[in-house]
Design a protein around this ligand. Sequence first.
Ligand SMILES: [Zn+2]
Length: 60
Amino acid sequence: MRICARCDRQIQGHEAYEEQHWPSMSGPGRVAYRHAVDCQRRPPPTQTAPTQYRGYGRAG
Ligand SMILES: [Zn+2]
């Protein structure tokens, strides 16, 4: 089973795909698959804005 690295969905047997080889320092490396068509990229995870600390009281 091949999973598209872009949209994170399974690539069906009839769908065209392309391989991307990622060389690894140790080992045979990894192979990533992608749809050959411009598939929908999964949305990035929503990131909450970091809480901004305000000063404790004011001098004076
Ligand atoms: Zn895809």
